[in-house]
Design a protein around this ligand. Structure first.
Ligand code: PEP
Ligand code: MG
Length: 324
């Protein structure tokens, strides 16, 4: 099987009906970067920067981070790396952060909420990203945005840091892309201006699904209770894609489900043309996309909805077994 994936490594993920899907990888440590070449990923769709903070006993220094981000971009060799700013709180607790007792940490003070309230660390991280880019293109995305003003404020923080860094004599990135992760249902209903302002949207499916079904992603008892191919969830994704298409905002999906071939082809069928996943999943996902007629799969999903099924999985499995 591994050989089968090696043979398609340098081929595009183009579906049987001619639809191009771009596949990217998720990363978080320097050690992940060699996979960028080995897996055939087009870039890093999600770089989880908190891992660097989690493995240390104290806050990393700006210079250290800048050099790390620079090395990540060196290793990516011109491929796009979407750096997600610090996503701490909830399941990701820093040893040197005063523990805050919260009854529901997943719904608590985390990610961009911390970044906007305690600006020091986020500013330092943004400066390190600008310095690490050292004139190259820079892509930054903010996690866990729940409403428009959070994105606008975070984006303005980055613009201010760009200004400040320029005044200090650091080279500006040749291009800056500023995106938001869509991981709370509320953001899907944000005003049109949000979709216009964001350079791109990355759906954080792990969190989005947990909040959509109100089922804790950490709780073994409920985490697999609701199928990703549940028609409500697929319809929701379709609506998000439609809003992004409407404003011309590029949209991708970067939760774990993107690395599961059956889920991945269904996401592509409902309109997601960019997926980011564990490097090892790229081969299997690409293999299935190349065999699948996404237009027909979309019909299968639509028919399932009309029939009133809860999950389209059985219909999708039947369709996929017929085409291979
Ligand atoms: C997600 O929520 O889908 C996501 C990609 O972020 P994380 O898993 O790090 O919360
Ligand atoms: Mg998340």
């Amino acid at each position: 099987a591994q050989e089968r994936y090696t043979s398609i490594r340098d081929l595009p993920a183009t579906s049987e009906c001619g639809q191009r899907v771009s596949l990217h990888m998720n990363a978080g440590l320097m050690a992940d970067l060699p996979s960028l070449v080995g897996s055939g990923a087009e870039g890093v769709g999600l770089f989880r920067t908190e891992l660097q903070f989690l493995i240390r006993s104290k806050v990393p220094r700006r210079g250290e981070l800048a050099s790390l981000y620079g090395r990540v971009m060196d290793a990516a060799d011109g491929k796009r790396v979407a750096f997600r700013t610090l996503d701490i709180g909830s399941d990701k607790v820093l040893a040197y952060m005063k523990p805050t007792e919260e009854p529901n940490p997943a719904l608590g003070w985390r990610a961009i909420r911390v970044g906007l309230d305690k600006k020091g660390v986020m500013r330092m991280q943004l400066q390190a990203l600008i310095r690490g880019a050292a004139g190259r293109a820079l892509t930054v995305m903010f996690p866990f945005v729940a409403q428009f003003d959070e994105f606008r404020d975070a984006r303005e923080m980055l613009l201010r840091e760009l200004d400040r860094e320029e005044k200090l004599g650091h080279p500006l990135p040749e291009r800056v892309e500023i995106g938001a992760m869509l991981e709370t249902p509320s953001l899907a209903f944000a005003p049109r201006q949000f979709f216009e302002l964001a350079d791109f949207i990355s759906i954080g499916g792990n969190d989005l699904k947990q909040f959509f079904f109100a089922a804790d992603r950490e709780n073994e008892r409920v985490r697999r209770r609701y199928d990703t191919l549940n028609v409500s969830f697929l319809s929701f994704l379709e609506q998000i894609v439609a809003r992004c298409v409407d404003t011309g905002t590029p949209v991708s999906f970067c939760g774990e489900d993107a690395g599961r071939p059956i889920e991945a082809v269904c996401f592509a069928a409902v309109g997601l043309r960019a997926l980011s996943m564990r490097p090892a999943s790229i081969g299997p996902v690409k293999h299935l996309i190349r065999q699948t007629n996404l237009a027909e799969l979309r019909d299968v999903i639509e028919q399932g909805k009309l029939k009133g099924v809860q999950s389209v999985r059985p219909d999708v499995m039947e369709f996929l077994s017929r085409q291979s």
